[in-house]
Structures are given as structure tokens and as C-alpha cells.
Design a binder for this molecule. Sequence first.
Ligand code: GTP
Ligand code: MG
Ligand code: ZN
Length: 363
Amino acid sequence: MATRRRDRDPQGETTGSGASARKGRSDRGAKGERSGKPAKGERGAGASASRSGQGDPAAVGPARSGRVVAHHGVAVLVRFDDDGSEGQVWLAPEQRAVVGDRVLVSGIRLETLPARGVLRRMDPRGRERTIAVNLDRLFIVVAAEPREQPGYIDRGIVIARSAGIEPAIIVNKLDLPGGEALAARLREIYGGSCEVFAVSAAERIGLDAIRADLAGGRMGAMVGPSGVGKSSLLNALVPALALRVSELNRGSGHGRHTTTTATLHDLEGGGFLVDTAGFKDFIAVDVSPAEVAACFPGFEAALEPGCRFRNCLHKSEPDCAVLAAFERGELDERRLAAYSALLDELATSASRAGDAPSRKSSR
Ligand SMILES: Nc1nc2c(ncn2[C@@H]2O[C@H](COP(=O)(O)OP(=O)(O)OP(=O)(O)O)[C@@H](O)[C@H]2O)c(=O)[nH]1
Ligand SMILES: [Mg+2]
Ligand SMILES: [Zn+2]
């Protein structure tokens, strides 16, 4: 398959072009309803490019099941279910696997099992990147310093919901001046949409709530701009861990992209949490306008009675529940403006990606 390629990048996210069988289509509801095809946020077995076939000489001995806990470009680190040991397994040339993937390993052969809760983003070059899979929870981490780009949280919530992942916000660095105020403001805006955790990795505040949230085997991932303290939070949550963290750049006040690869960690209480490399822009992949209209944070109450049209974009349609709530003064104008901005932005990034040579990656 000459057109198929894959780039391996140091962030442990994988891009490439080729089969995109699991792509959700606009005929599917925003909440990841099932149809014959794999829904968005899922990945069918067909998309895993394992070296398959009966009698594969590489497949020796019984298969061991495990989970990908780190991605090192040409190989993945697998933690095995049977004894908790970890081992590096090389990827075949066309093979894709990311943190969170369930895998079967026999000999040197790795098979990737179908996944759900697939978190993807578009990188600044218009390429799709899969950050992690099998996620139940997406924590969007922000802090009083450095602040995230406008719309970052909105995009994160829409991306998570459209992939069938439950979003939440973590406000870290509660100890900094402005930390409490930021948490209060985000609770006001987003409290009706998702949980807002206020924590301090430095002062070990609010960590139990995060452990409790993932207890019983739920899997979460943290995303957020570089420098908000994602790795610091994991270090605080897992005492034996010593992930690299670093000071903000004095000049710019921005993070330094300290974490370069996603890693998965076990939490006390049975949950799993993925640390990721920070990124400035959280741009959606293949999220339709109808999904944004259904998933946008702040519209939940307004949408209860429902709009007249199922695919209403809340622009100027008749009997629109969102516009009616706005008219009644029940919806903040800034929410509506942020929504319009996101719709416009997605239209722009979709057309930009359409020009890029490698738009359709599956991992
Ligand atoms: N005051 C304060 N500083 C914190 C807190 N958590 C993290 N920091 C500091 O913030 C800086 C960045 O922390 P990191 O954990 O490296 O940030 P990150 O989000 O993992 O950054 P990337 O890996 O680049 O995405 C470090 O200097 C940390 O010491 C906190 O709760 N309070
Ligand atoms: Mg980090
Ligand atoms: Zn509407």
C-alpha cells in the first residue's frame, strides 16, 4: 500500500494515512450510538495493522494479554496482565499502538485489540494524532499560570464527549495567587457541564478526589498546555513516581514541553491515569457541526426540551431551544459567542486539513 505511511513522533502519538474504518459519520449521534460500523471513539479490529495470518512464524507460544503503558516510537512498553511485569515489544512496520491499547503478545508478534474512548487531536500541521485509547475520563488541566488558549476547555469537552469520553476540568496550582479565583470562575461557567476539580500538586490539595474519580479501574488521561503541572500531579498522586517536571520559562511564562511521551500509571484505588505531552492548541479531528451543537458545554439545560430540528446548529433555525434560552436570559451571551467561534474554527481547520497530504490517519 504505497499511500500508507506512518510517522512516529517523539510524543508517542501516532499519525499516518491509510484506513480510517472507525471514523464516525454525521449520521451517528453525538453520544457515540452504535451502528454497524465502529463508532467514533472506537476502533475496529480491522484498523489494527497487526501481522496477522495463520501460521505466522513470529507467533510462538501462548499469547499474553497486556496494556500499552508507554510508546517509544518504534516499540511499545507493555504491562502484562498475568504478573504485572513490563516488556518492550517492537512494532511491525505498519503497526499502530498507543498508550491504553489492549494487546496480545505472542513471541515478537503484537496484536492490538479493538479500542473505544479514542482521544485524537489535529496537530498544527493538520495531521491526526491519537493521544491515548480506552479512556473513560478526559481531564483538561489548566492553571492560573500558564493560561490556556481561549476555547481550549470548550474544545476539549466537545472532543471528549464526541468520542464517548467523560470530560472533567482540573484547576491545578490552587496555591498560586489567582488560583482560587480561576477555580471559582470555571465552576461558574462549567459546573453545570462537568466536574471541576481544584487541586494543588505542590501542596497536595484535592488529590483524593481524583483518585476516587478513577477508582475501580477507570482510565483517565490528562491533557493541557505545557507547564500547567500534569506530570507534577501524577508525581503527587503516585508516591514512587518521579516523572520529569520543569520550571516555566521565565521570559515567556510558558511551559517547556518537558514531557515528550505519553505514559500510563496505576493509581491507588485501582484507576489508571495517562500523562501526556502538553500542547497549545487542542484542535478537533472529524467533529461535525452537529456534534458541536449537541456537545457544547453550557447548552445542556437549554437542550433539554430539544430544538425543532434534530441537527439544529442553533444559528437562526425556528424553534431553537438554545436561542430561546438565550432570549429568556438563561444562557450567557459569551457561551453563544464561544460556540460560534468553535463552529467557525472547525470549518477552517477541516478545510485546511483537506489540503494536507496525510489527512486520513487512523492512529
Ligand atoms: N505553585 C505550583 N506550581 C506547580 C504546581 N504543580 C506544578 N507546578 C510547577 O509547574 C511547573 C511545570 O510542571 P510540570 O509538571 O512539568 O508541567 P506539565 O504540565 O507536565 O508540562 P509538560 O510536560 O511540558 O506538558 C513546574 O515548575 C512545577 O513545579 C502547583 O500545584 N503549584
Ligand atoms: Mg509533563
Ligand atoms: Zn437549536
